[in-house]
Design a protein around this ligand. Structure first.
Ligand code: ZN
Length: 501
């Protein structure tokens, strides 16, 4: 370790400790904390966040960072240290450019905007939320303006915060491909949607039994209960304190068997990523997944490509039938596989099937792009939203709650986040093509052997944490840059077969 980096270390250690404590409150708030704790917890969380920033953003660290960026110092650093410096530099770039009073005002605004969004969604009243959204967008434009580089568009600054490897150019190419190939396929399939009967899925399924089965599934995939726990929350999520303490949640619906099953597979995919990060990176700035897109690729690989395949269910389907004999004894594995892959375009992103999902993302991406290039006014957003849903999915929302108001993200200023979901799906297809090349993956799945797949992901993706970016990881493991053709091929192949087209 270089002398200069050694001086930086205590600041980083303290910051990580504070961040771990803050995350634990966040976890508690969403799982176990009593209702009345929220206001007080948010105050504690506010102070901890502030302390975290003070640990990282101060004159001592600024001076050390400047020195560590010099060529001579860089030569002495390990790859891990270089990655940490790069990450720290990015934090400085994000925060130092914004005047503190504006940053504080923005954070306060997001709290009231979040409440306004909740009320607007409940009352189905976009006009109530619109003034808050206008202010949020003004701030985001201003903040992006402080950081925009020559030749860059403000929206690209926001996209870059979630994945430095994907700008407007890359996403336009990616999404145009999807639109060209998937919209016509979806139209063909929607005429045949009655062909698949999945009414069994909406019978009554005892929740305690669901919990037991989902815990079994998570362990089956490799979730390590010595390094992780599973709890319940309104919306499933993964939170990692570090690679030896990874927490996931699930939710259970008595009249929907699939919901909890695929949520737990999805979150387990996220958890495996975090649990398999190398111990040399534990509680460092790079001891976590490298990007939202890469993270989603891991969860979606398990949820969709593996978890919805016949090979995956072959060895364990009988266990599900035994859990619910009354409901499932007459449902063959073949019918179950058709059921869990059934495609029906809908209005709600979080309930979308695998095939129509990317179109929900494209709509949000195109709208965000239009917002930040000034092509659309906040007042006209519902109209634009509804038109795009009609055009891409053949459906028009009957109200704004199931339209423009459905996602929480914009209320706390998260623009540029949605593409990560689609990038993740595409990466998972590209990775899976490689996995198929190097091992008899279908045989392993039929034998109930997940280990080779998990080890492949650990050795090629997980262990590196955030020391490599999305493109570097992809290139090192597949020998190629990001290539959406794998995703389009995968979707076409799967759904044409499923619907006999
Ligand atoms: Zn996810």
């Amino acid at each position: 370790m270089s002398k200069t980096f050694e001086k930086l270390q205590p600041f980083l250690d303290k910051a990580m400790a504070i961040e771990t404590a803050r995350s634990l409150f966040e976890w508690d708030d969403q799982t176990m904390a009593p209702f009345e704790a929220a206001d007080y917890t948010s105050k504690v969380v506010g102070i901890l966040s502030d302390e975290y920033m003070k640990c990282l953003i101060n004159d001592d660290v600024r001076r050390l960072l400047k020195k560590l960026k010099e060529d001579k110092e860089q030569e002495e650093l390990t790859d891990k240290e270089k990655a940490i410096i790069k990450k720290l530099d990015k934090i400085y770039e994000q925060l130092e450019s914004i005047p503190p009073e504006e940053f504080k005002a923005f954070n306060e605004l997001t709290i009231v905007a979040g409440r306004a969004w909740n009320k607007a969604k409940k009352d189905n009243n976009y006009e109530y939320f619109a003034p808050y959204l206008k202010k949020i967008i003004e701030y985001k434009k201003k903040f992006a303006g402080y950081r925009v580089k020559k030749g860059q568009k403000p929206y690209e600054v926001l996209l870059g915060d979630f994945d430095e490897c994907f700008g407007i150019k890359e996403l336009d190419i990616f999404f145009d491909k999807i639109k060209k190939e998937i919209i016509p396929l979806l139209k063909q399939i929607s005429k045949k949607s009655d062909d698949i009967d999945k009414s069994y899925n909406f019978l009554t399924y005892d929740v305690e039994k669901q919990k037991k089965f989902c815990k079994y599934l998570s362990g089956y995939l490799g979730f390590d209960f010595n390094k992780g726990v599973i709890a319940e929350s309104a919306h499933p999520f993964t939170l990692n304190l570090h690679n030896h303490d990874v927490r996931i949640t699930n939710h259970f619906k008595e009249n929907n068997l699939e919901s909890a099953i695929f949520s737990v597979i999805h979150e387990t995919g996220h958890a495996l990523y975090e649990m398999n990060i190398d111990d040399s990176l534990t509680q460092t700035l790079v001891g976590t997944g490298t990007s939202m897109g890469m993270h989603e690729s891991q969860s979606r690989l398990f949820e969709n490509i593996i978890g919805r395949s016949e090979e995956f269910w072959t060895p364990i389907y009988s266990k599900l039938v035994e859990t619910y004999p009354e409901n499932m004894k007459n449902i063959s594995l073949e019918q179950f596989i058709k059921g869990i892959n059934k495609s029906e375009p809908g209005l709600i992103r979080t309930e979308a099937d695998e095939l129509s999902y990317p179109l929900h993302i494209i709509i949000r991406y195109e709208i965000e792009k239009a917002i930040f290039s000034g092509e659309v006014d906040v007042d006209n957003l519902p109209d634009l939203w509804n038109r795009k849903y009609q055009e891409y999915l053949g459906l028009t929302p009957t109200n704004d709650s199931e339209g423009i108001l459905q996602d929480i993200h914009w209320s706390f200023g998260e623009f540029g986040y949605f593409p990560s979901y689609a990038i993740g799906s595409a990466i998972s297809s590209q990775l899976y093509a490689k996995i198929k090349d190097v091992m008899p993956v279908n045989d392993y799945l039929k034998e109930g052997n997940i280990t080779p797949i998990r080890e492949f992901l650990r050795d090629n993706i997980h262990k590196y944490g955030a020391t490599k970016n999305t493109t570097q990881l992809l290139k090192d493991v597949t020998g190629e840059d990001f290539n959406a053709d794998y995703y389009v091929e995968y979707l076409k192949d799967k759904f044409e077969k499923l619907y006999g087209l």
